[in-house]
Write a protein that binds this ligand. Sequence first.
Ligand code: CP
Length: 311
Amino acid sequence: MKHLLSAENLDRDTATALLDTADHLKRTLLGREVRKLPTLRGRTVLTVFYENSTRTRVSFEVAGKWMSADVVNVSATGSSVGKGESLRDTALTLSAAGADCVILRHPASGAAHRLATWLDGTPTAVVNAGDGTHEHPTQALLDAATLRERLGSLAGRRVAIVGDVLHSRVARSNVRLLATLGAEVTLVAPPTLLPAGVERWPVAGISHDLDAELPGLDAVMLLRVQAERMHGGFFPSAREYSIAYGMNETRLRRLPEHAVVLHPGPMLRGMEISSSVADSPRSAITEQVRNGVHVRMAVLYHLLAGEEHAE
Ligand code: CP
C-alpha cells in the first residue's frame, strides 16, 4: 500500500491487517510509562490541514510521535497557501523538503487523490484525512476497531448510520469498509439528507424511521449535521431533526442491551445525541478517539515501516 486515499483501497485482508496491527500496538503500549516505539525513527510525517480538525490532526501527531517519527504540522493560515500557492506546488515543496508522508485534510472532494497523482514518482505517501464530502478512511478504520472491540467480528452485524449522509465523508468510508468486513449497514436519514444515487451504495437498506430500526441493531453510528456545507438552509429544522433522529434515552432503551452508540465527533449535543446517551456506558465515543491513535499508528506503520520492522 503506497497511499491510503479511500476505504475502497482496503480489501478485507488489508483492513484486517491494519486493525490487527492497531490492536497489537494498543496492547503493546497499555500500561507503559513511556509510550514510545522506535519504529519510525528518521521518518518525517507532515499533517497538512486546510480544514478545522481536533481529533484527526491531534491523533495523527500523537501516533507519529509515539512511533518516534518527526511530525510537522502545516496549517493553511500559517503557510504560503495564504499567499496563493497552489495545492500542487505546496505538495511538491513538502515532498522536496523531505516528507515521507503527507496527511491531508482538504475541503475539496478528490484533493487527496490529486495530491497522490502529483507525488507519483516521489517516495512521499499520502493519507486522506478527510476530503470534502468524499472519504475519511482512517475514521472508518477506527470505527471498525471500536466495533470489533465491543462486538467481536463484524460479519453479519447490523449497523445503522444515522443523519446527514448527504454531506458525510464518514458515512461514505464506513459504508464501504463495513461492507468489506461483512456488516449489514442501514442508512437512516430524512430524504433531504440523502445523496442522489444512494440506492447504488452497498447497503442492506435505507430508512427514514429510526425508531423502527433500533430493536434490530448491533450499533448506531450518529453523524454530525454539517451546517457549514449547507448553503441553502437546513431541512428539517434542528428541532425537527432532534425529534425524529436525535439519540436520546427513550431511543437507547429501544436498542438491544449489547448495542453500542458511536459518533465520529465533533457532536452536537442536544441535537444529534443527548448528553445522557453520549456520556453513558453504551456510548463508545471516547473509545473511538482512543482507538484513533492506535489505528493511525498502524496506518503509518504499514505505509512507512513495512512488516519486517514490527516490534
Ligand atoms: N471525526 C473527525 O474527523 O473529527 P475532527 O474533525 O475533529 O478531526
